[in-house]
Design a protein around this ligand. Sequence first.
Ligand code: BG6
Length: 514
Amino acid sequence: MLEFMAETNPFQDPLRFERHVPPCAVVIFGANGDLTKRKLLPALYRLAYERRIPPGFAIIGMSRTAMTDEAFREKMRESVQQFLEDSPFDAALWDDFSRGLFYVAGDVNDDAAYTALAARLKEIEVERHTEGNALFYLSTQPSYYARAAEGLGKVGLAKQVNNAWRRLVVEKPFGHDQDSALVLNNALHEHFEESQIYRIDHYLGKETVQNILAFRFGNGIFEPLWNRRYINHIQITAAESIGVEGRGGYYQEAGALRDMIQNHLLQVMATVAMEPSAVFEANAVRDERAKLLRSIKILKPSEVAANAVAGQYGKASIGGKEVPGFREEAGVDPNSNTDTYAAVTVMIDNWRWAGVPIYIRSGKRMPKRVTDIAIRFNAVPHSLFATETEDTARPNLLILRIQPEEGISLRFSSKQPGGGMKLRPVSMDFNYGSSFGMRTPAAYETLLVDAMIGDPTLYTRQDMVEASWAVVQPIINSWAERKDLPFPNYAAGTWGPKESDDMLAARGHTWRIP
Ligand code: BG6
């Protein structure tokens, strides 16, 4: 299988070491947007800085605003300088890089825009030697995704001819609910094959999320314990201290369940809980992720209240500073019932996980920014030291720290020095920064390279997206029907509503404070 991969795709090293980007053009729809300036251009520039971008390369920005190539280059230079994290800005390199930047003004809803784009791409192909390969990156308003795919299809830009590849990267959110995700999948498939569609979930590109697979399947000692016999429950937390940061309009329509859990956190959960694939190859890995997502127990309407909690932050004073409540944020309806916090109990109906609750929570305006996975093992079956101190009862805890302090910790009990057998929890820690002493690539760098190389391992497939919508849909339906939401139900700067603690307490568990 590995040999087969190497033969068919010379740009993809099956072990993902040598990853050369082939000549290509990257077309960004929504070039005037936030994602382009904060993430995409800084990531592409950083790849150029690392000499991973070939000479035959071009970036074409597209949006409605009229702009010359020069003006676009200038705008992108400012963005890259502003948003380039932990990398130096090299003016000479920028000059060279920016010669490959172009701009086409056009409305996604207008057929003429695609004709203009096709013509410009032809010229650029000759000028920049991009060999007809093109990556179309949809970073517009999600309601335009289907229209953009259609526009590209109609002018022949979705067709792969003469060995030239054409791929479509689709930003999240992929659909607003289960039905619209299905409709969008069908609309994209009218013009692009599934193998050409790269649905991005930037959490899968994070080094620490990829490391979950290395940790589980690259070591012999953890996997035998990774099941219902040894694991009591799992907690997945993605807390953000920020509020909606000027995205009130979008967020009000989305909410925490859709914005974080339906995509990022269910994918992270699938990575933690999936079966090992036989080979590390895109479809083999994605088959396992998809299988896991399909094994999640779908809640009946009557089960939602006990297994899902919605929260919304209210105003508070944090460190002497007044922080507005969600309903007071710009662009938000003062009666909004949108969840800025969501917690869900997930049960997986398979042999490995039956009966092991996986608690997932995510919220804005929490006390700090932290994403981690805490795996709580069973307590010892019979405690010799139980009478000494209650600490002896604290079971082993494995914490996979996704961000910001990236690493892994294992908590275990140790004898406190001195007389008697007094135990105390201590921790064995691995820290990325100090162990490797090198820069961690940003998720968008990894994922852009993957898409250009043609490696979809870290991209979500149609069946995965549909399976994860199926999981959250009953919760969405049930929340939409509730008129009595007691919002706001947590103060900004706290760990969410009391109902969330009650949800765990019903099973004898408590949320860990990360
Ligand atoms: C995005 C969400 O997908 O992920 C944002 O739309 C959220 O609301 C962000 O803030 C979090 O990403 P990260 O990488 O900062 O954890």
